[in-house]
Design a protein around this ligand. Sequence first.
Ligand SMILES: Cc1cc2nc3c(=O)[nH]c(=O)nc-3n(C[C@H](O)[C@H](O)[C@H](O)COP(=O)(O)OP(=O)(O)OC[C@H]3O[C@@H](n4cnc5c(N)ncnc54)[C@H](O)[C@@H]3O)c2cc1C
Length: 637
Amino acid sequence: SPVATGSARPWRQVKRQTSQLRDSYDFVIAGGGTTGLTIADRLTEAFPEKTVLVIEYGEIQPTPGTFDPPQTVWGGAVIGQAAYWTFNSLPNPDVKNKTGLVLAGKTVGGSSAVNGMFFDRPAQVDFDLWSNIGGAGLKSWDWDGLFPFFKKSVTFTEPTAEVVQKYGYTWDMSAYGGTTPIYSTFPPFLWADHPIMRNAWKELKVKVQKECAGGFKDGLCWIPISENPMTARRSHAGIGHYAAVNTSRSNYDLLVRHQVTKITYPNGLDTGPPVVQVKSLVTEKLFNVSAKAEVILSAGVFNTPSILLRSGIGPDNYLSTAGISLVHHLPGVGSNLQDHSGPGISWNYTLPFEASMWPLPSAMLDPDFVANATADFDKIPARGPYTLAQSNTALFLSLSKMASSTLARSISTKMRQIVSAKTSASYLPRESRAHPELVAGYDAQLLALAKFYENPLAPTLEVPWATGTAARLIFLHSLSRGTVRLNLSSPLDQPILDFRTASNPIDMLVHLAHVRFLRKIYQTPTMQRYGAVEVAPSEEIANDDAKLADYVKDTMTFSFMHPCCTAAMLPPKKGGVVGPDLKVHGLKGLRIADMSVLPVLPSSHLSALAYAVGEKAAHAIIEEWDGKAKGKGKGKR
Ligand SMILES: Cc1cc2nc3c(=O)[nH]c(=O)nc-3n(C[C@H](O)[C@H](O)[C@H](O)COP(=O)(O)OP(=O)(O)OC[C@H]3O[C@@H](n4cnc5c(N)ncnc54)[C@H](O)[C@@H]3O)c2cc1C
């Protein structure tokens, strides 16, 4: 049965000062986030005789669930700003010079401690896409190579029979089986209008999936959330992979409020692992930490490439402009930035709901309802509206299923033409065009994505759903590529992001197809029953490509907080930064393990994948060092 771990759980043995550290460690992990803490947990468990240090920029923070009380207004969840990195991307000339906001977790647990708790997995087709881009070397990252780690990474708890009867959740236990203190479950509450959209989609004849975590997710999915099933408190890496295990692990040190600034190879690149330079955020003093076995960078999609760039590891032309001495030319560092983006639509109901359709979120304006909801949340197991996160339903649909097959084919043909006409470089950031490896990698992405877009099982659109009269249309596989670069006037501060959303004009064609498809919901019997009328866009706008493109730009969300791919797992000749073993190309004793290693975005939010990548990385590291120990005649632990 699940352990009732909430944010009140005592955090022991956390280090805050350099003087509390050992002289050296076997493994040093930069970043105590989703992936980094997963690895630290597994390494300290597997190797009681080896020491592991995790260096985390942030502090331990209270990190409530998405809607945990007390709140003055339900849905106005404001998590302490200290727990966030807040970035604004550069003004985007392709989207009316707008800038995009993106957050990341700056606390023990990283983004898993502040995210929307939507806990879905990618589909098989996503990993086929990776190997179509990267080649046979990525075979170990296909579905069969990852599924065991998805299973291992989470303890899924089934909802009660009463809850299932009320809401109709479906799942398949063969997709689960883990017993780790990272939890997921379905909430014991949904708003009464939740079925409206599900029914509308069913009436559009989309496939209804019983379980979407088992490799197939085209169609209508139930999505669990990352919360403890007893307390309904957020389950995150800080609690599960540190607080829940560290007291029994004398080899597990966590140093908070320290920034990994750079890594150095004092004895040359052939002698690793690198030395890690660290800055205390309290005293501002710099000092070095050394690792005997490996250094693992796990500082996230924006900060992992920043550490490398400050270390002189990155594109030679950029480093030269930045005035940073070149240590190792790797053009993929900080390149290939991607995120899920997309517009929104909205509507109104002109006919009343039945009296039985209660409660709706407007009930949270009633103080008595809120008082009951708060009392329900404090029960064990918790109940009521505060157990919710952002959504539990989503539609995942392929372009070929939602648009005419001619449109889907013509979009894929355009992608192939860009490659055959050798014009793909013109869609990359100016500085990336100088690197044939990055162009070759982008060509491989375009060709693989052209095939992906034609596959009826490969989703390009996600629409998450909970309640209300508006929906976001998440474009899952954009062709636009951005960059992460240092702020040269203050290189230790947050880096500069350029999302370059919609810089490849094909993306706009896909956005238009998505909006045009989703507008069909208004004609479904369920929506008609409540007199659904469109608010935005209008019929007139939707029928005109230029006007609809303008509308998409006006309502564009640049980041659904799923940035990735800035240190991609690809061969060097395709602009890769790490190999399938997550070792950095050409450097000794250094791996990267976080969402920067993805070659392209998957058809999912990223936290479940981050845990799985952490589990797979830990497995590879343990196998390697176990083998080394055996090779030295030490035998198995
Ligand atoms: C607001 C928000 C909402 C999201 N919603 C969802 C969702 O609902 N579902 C979902 O599946 N995914 C969601 N995501 C995405 C998902 O949570 C992340 O993609 C994933 O957790 C990233 O894991 P990571 O290991 O790559 O990085 P992180 O978990 O972000 O870890 C990186 C860690 O490194 C630390 N760090 C950074 N720089 C340094 C440095 N120089 N030295 C030391 N430490 C450093 C950071 O403080 C952080 O703790 C959301 C993300 C955010 C930010």
